[in-house]
Design a protein around this ligand. Sequence first.
Ligand SMILES: Nc1nc2c(ncn2[C@@H]2O[C@H](COP(=O)(O)OP(=O)(O)OP(=O)(O)O)[C@@H](O)[C@H]2O)c(=O)[nH]1
Ligand SMILES: [Mg+2]
Length: 313
Amino acid sequence: MASIRNRPLISMLRTVVRPPATCRHYSTEKRHSRPVFTTTADSLKEAVRVGKSEELSNRQLFSRLQPDAKTLDALDMLQLGTEKRGRFERRKWFPVQRARETLPEIGFVGRSNVGKSTLVNTLCGSSAARVSERPGLTQQINFYTADNDFHLVDMPGYGFAYVKEEQKQAWVPLIEKYVRERKRLKRVMLLLDARHGIKANDQEFMELLDRTGTKYQVVMTKCDLVSRIDLAKRHLLVAQETQKSRNCIPRVLMVSAKHERGLNDLRKEILHTCGLGKKYLAMHKKKEVIAKAEYMEQLAIFKETSRPKKRRQ
Ligand SMILES: Nc1nc2c(ncn2[C@@H]2O[C@H](COP(=O)(O)OP(=O)(O)OP(=O)(O)O)[C@@H](O)[C@H]2O)c(=O)[nH]1
Ligand SMILES: [Mg+2]
């Protein structure tokens, strides 16, 4: 069942879980259709407070949204958004090590191509998980042992993918079975593309997580591809759309795996969830203080360089 591949710098556990022969096939019909989530359009109308008679498209409503100053400050601190930011350096957030069978697990799910494998790689400072521009590359449940203390679990995505329909159909029950039955699964990180927010299949998956009583947290990925202001608006909407869910952790995280931004918050959440908060926070406190000082320094440089130049008379 489990095979260990030796790579020059890391050793990695890659366990493949196959769908059971008798598994149910995924149906798009709404099961137990208790409406838990508001739609994006509803949330937008609620947030923008437009009159009932006004007919506006989602895009128009989105442009009218007013993000709060706190989120914008947080984005400045994290240096997220398409605006030019300082240099970024590669860090090893969790070294990937020898595997142990009894470790807690953190699952990464989301639509195909949302950046699950990239995020696992970035957190582990490795290139163990295969990444592609084409949706549908990850087709099995892969376990990566981080720091010898917990597993990061990379899963196939749902939604559009360049694979055969039958093959894609088998992934959802596979993920569903894993989420439903796995005792060591401590939390699911539900990844959303910051450019698109919550789509219909994300909502279906959230309903499944609610039904199975699985705790999950939303992480917005690819935050380097959206402007700071749109990111703050998207964050507001996603937080609003998920607040009615019983099992969703209210804090919506924002990351860029490409530019290694926002990963510290994600790392902290993962460690606390696995009950490793104290041990690691003591170890990484010094690193964090240094990282914060670096951020502040880079932010000051960014503000200095992005100040509008005075026109010559
Ligand atoms: N700009 C940017 N691109 C990213 C980021 N994270 C991932 N990508 C790109 O998104 C594409 C998909 O990444 P994957 O990690 O393979 O996505 P996945 O969710 O694992 O996809 P499947 O395995 O098909 O479900 C790749 O081309 C990545 O380089 C990010 O933070 N910023
Ligand atoms: Mg993948």
